[in-house]
Write a protein that binds this ligand. Structure first.
Ligand code: ADP
Ligand code: MG
Length: 453
């Protein structure tokens, strides 16, 4: 796998970049955590750079490469200054340690005890509002002001990196600010699953229930990970009922609408719709600029508006990538010793932009998918319905929905004048198949990698 990554990055980066950032890395299997690989960096600078720019890519490649979910840790070579940073959400910091939430909140500090697991940096103040998220934010504020009363549960859904986790933490932080004694718990769905597993192993469901059923505010992130996990869903069903009945607030996020989560029990699907269900959409240009300026302000980075516009114009997919781009520009500025400017940003983001430019054309997607499945490009627009053609076409439509900014009708149009519902259906079908059919899942991931360069 590592060889595969090296080969990939060697093609993508220029020689100097490859030698500076990628070559000195080592990949090892984590001895004490299952399905976990450790990336070992020679120094803090490389560690930070990898964390900001490459970890997500390596993670993605791993998901395409292995059939199981692989976790990554980043570690420094020198054990004297061991600092671990997981890839996932920034490590929450304890409120007790009084330091202001600086950039350390982004993860390189070791975990301290913090029963709520809230990240103090994810507040309403730090959350930029725009059309894309104003409903979600308004719902979240109401819930924060009147937990258990306004809407229960609050269900927030939307694509990756759009601020779901941030918003749910914001509610938690707000509630905690008003009532320091509130029992709040943020839990990622995967962690909840593993808590259920360990309660099972240790026959400690009583303790498990006692804990989860007595919370004032429960935040469950990325609930799509409950898919197909029946015992977890059953336990969660009890916890959910107990909390709602006691007028305790529940907030849930997911990458899609409750009904679209495959492998989720009907009774949960219907309960998730009891309160308020709100979407977060990808931010438009002005909002992306505002987010960059806000991040720059928070992190005390000098960023002028034209540079912010430049970054925002090209990084369109989600806020996380936007932040990644900003960090990349910052790292480049520190590395070269030049202040951030439009030219510096252009230079720093050169490779990234090349990738983005390549990925947006729908023709490219159609051609790549057709080549991959060895069918004719013309079959992407044809009316043929045999599976050997219809399935690749659906894959291409799903990828077009994911990788381009085109609307559903536009995508339908590009596929021989099909209706937008056909595109939606294709996308859902592929999401479903990716969960149930490892072959399709692998095809899909591979295609995404090819298209992203
Ligand atoms: P999701 O959970 O939807 O995948 P996150 O909440 O983890 O996304 O957001 C990814 C990053 O983008 C976080 O660092 C978050 O602070 C930032 N972010 C997302 N939306 C906004 C916003 N509207 N304003 C400011 N920062 C945002
Ligand atoms: Mg999230």
């Amino acid at each position: 796998f590592w060889y595969f990554c090296l080969k990939h990055f060697k093609q993508e980066l220029n020689g100097q970049q490859f030698n500076t950032w990628i070559k000195p890395l080592k990949l090892e299997i984590c001895p004490d955590v299952e399905n976990t690989l450790v990336l070992i960096a020679p120094n803090r600078f490389v560690l930070q750079w990898i964390k900001d720019n490459f970890v997500n890519r390596i993670d993605e490649m791993a998901q395409g490469h292995f059939n199981e979910k692989i976790h990554f840790k980043l570690e420094l070579k020198d054990p004297a200054e061991i600092k671990t940073a997981t890839i996932k959400a920034p490590e929450p910091k304890s409120k007790e340690d009084k330091k202001p939430p600086t950039d350390k909140a982004h993860g390189t500090t070791a975990r301290k005890t913090n029963p709520s697991r809230l990240n103090p940096a994810f507040t309403f103040d730090a959350f930029v509002t725009g059309k894309a998220n104003q409903l979600a934010r308004a719902g979240a504020i109401q819930v924060a002001e009147r937990p258990g009363i306004a809407y229960n549960p609050l269900f927030i859904y939307g694509g990756v990196g759009l601020g779901k986790t941030h918003l749910m933490h914001a509610v938690g932080n707000y509630v905690m600010e008003l009532d320091a004694g509130a029992k709040i718990r943020y839990v990622h769905a995967e962690k909840y699953v593993s808590d259920v597993v360990s309660a099972y192993q240790h026959k400690s469901f009583d303790k498990f229930k006692l804990y989860y059923h007595s919370l004032d505010l429960l935040l469950v992130d990325d609930v799509q990970f409950f898919s197909g996990k029946n015992r977890t869903q059953e336990e969660f069903f009890y916890a959910f009922n107990a909390l709602i009945e006691a007028h305790k607030q529940v907030i849930i996020t997911s990458d899609c609408y409750p009904k679209e989560i495959s492998g989720l029990e009907e009774r949960l699907v219907s309960r998730f719709g009891w309160g308020l269900t709100v979407a977060i959409e990808p931010p438009e240009l002005e909002m992306r600029v505002a987010i960059l300026l806000k991040k720059a302000f928070i992190e005390k980075i000098e960023l002028d508006e034209s540079t912010a516009f430049f970054i925002a114009k090209y990084i369109r997919s989600n806020v996380r990538e936007l932040e990644g781009a900003l960090k990349r520009v910052l790292a480049y500025s520190r590395f070269t010793g030049h202040p951030i400017s439009l030219d510096l940003a252009k230079e720093a983001l050169k490779d990234l932009l090349a990738i983005q430019n390549r990925q947006i054309s729908i023709e490219n997607i159609q051609k790549t998918v057709a080549d991959y499945y060895k069918i004719k490009v013309a079959d992407m627009y044809s009316k043929k319905r045999v599976r050997a053609i219809a399935r690749p076409r659906q894959v291409a439509m799903a990828i077009a929905k994911e990788l381009t900014q085109l609307s559903l009708p536009d995508i339908g149009e590009a596929f021989g004048g099909r209706d937008h519902t056909t595109v939606l259906h294709a996308h859902r079908k592929i999401v479903e198949l990716r969960a149930s059919d490892p072959g399709i899942n692998r095809d899909y991931s591979t295609l995404i990698h090819i298209l992203r360069g």
